[in-house]
Design a protein around this ligand. Sequence first.
Ligand SMILES: *Cc1c(COP(=O)(O)O)cnc(C)c1O
Length: 410
Amino acid sequence: MKPDTALIHHDYQPPGDFASPQIAVHKASSVFFPDVKAMRERNWLDKTGYTYGLHGTPTTFTLEERICQLEGAKHCVLLPSGLAALAQVNLALLKTGDHILIPDNAYGPLKTLAECELQQWGISHDYYNPMDPSSLADRVQSNTRLVWLEAPGSVTLEFPDLPALVNVCRDKAVLTALDNTWGAGVAFQPFDFMLHTSNDHRGVDVCVHALTKYPSGGGDVLMGSVTTCRDDLARSLKLSHMRLGFGVAGNDAELVLRSLPSMSLRYKTQDDTCRQLAAWCLHQTAFAQVLHPAIVGSPGHAHWCDLCVGGVAADAKVHSGGAAASLLSLRFDPAITPAQVDVFCNALKLFKLGFSWAGPISLVVPYDLTKMRQNAPSDLLQGGFVRLAIGLESAEDLIADLAQALQAMP
Ligand SMILES: *Cc1c(COP(=O)(O)O)cnc(C)c1O
């Protein structure tokens, strides 16, 4: 054998039982089979062996299992972003002629996907008011196949009565898919929150999680997951995932695996800081409304109490119990002009202008709700609107930053 070939086909095999806290990064397109029979017999749909890098490696299988553990699911597929995960559920479960329902306050790109790709493929949609289960019931048609849910809404943070919405879907025999990025498997159990049900399935049918957010926590990875407890749906999701060629890279999967052990600590710290900021913002006259599910009077606060605090009532203006993630939205007094709100955003120093959330650095995004909502309550559309995503900085420093930016407004 020539040296260059020997460099490739070296016969040294490291011992197999290397045990350390962190799973190894396995990267592959090719996976070797010992013989032709083994190659022909390998079933890539189960996790008892490996077929091709796209269908799984020890690293991605481990991450899938950990996400199942986090969310109380049985099956998981990984995708290259949270948005790809939202798209995958639609691609796997819908066909031309189907109709879907999306909450009016949903993650914006899901609405755009419905309005562009899905519409063009003959899959129609309507928006429902997630704060009114009868609005959902009224919009279910004979061809409605899937209802999207989000708790709370992405930007305006209204918390819906999730069990009531799921009950409407059950009554009408329509599938439910929850974008669970906010709850993250920490705030409530997406497959086990229905208290009064004779059904085996005590939650939603399918769950999407932007692992980009809490599971990564670094602001440096894009990834998404789709989970389910239903074997029939898992099969459709996996087959379509394979046919479409979605997969994730070993290095990225390893970054998420490395961050998962600290996820609940990061969630809790950001949640605590966020509530301190919410309490401070309630006292600022510049803000007409502070939106956060743990604030008494914030839309859907009672539903959040039921789902995330077991119905325990608030002990203060900002409830101290349960879990409530790290997003906080502010509606400015309508007397403050949009240009002044821009000055506020530009003046922030610790809060960076940037999309996404749940990373170490606090972020701010100004939104124009009039372009985003079909059926928003009219008061919500009065005045400038910003969403804050709280990072891991100290609450005191973040409050000082907000205070100086308010001062900077002309
Ligand atoms: C960020 C986000 C997504 C999309 O995740 P990406 O990985 O950025 O594509 C989906 N849903 C919600 C609620 C999100 O916040």
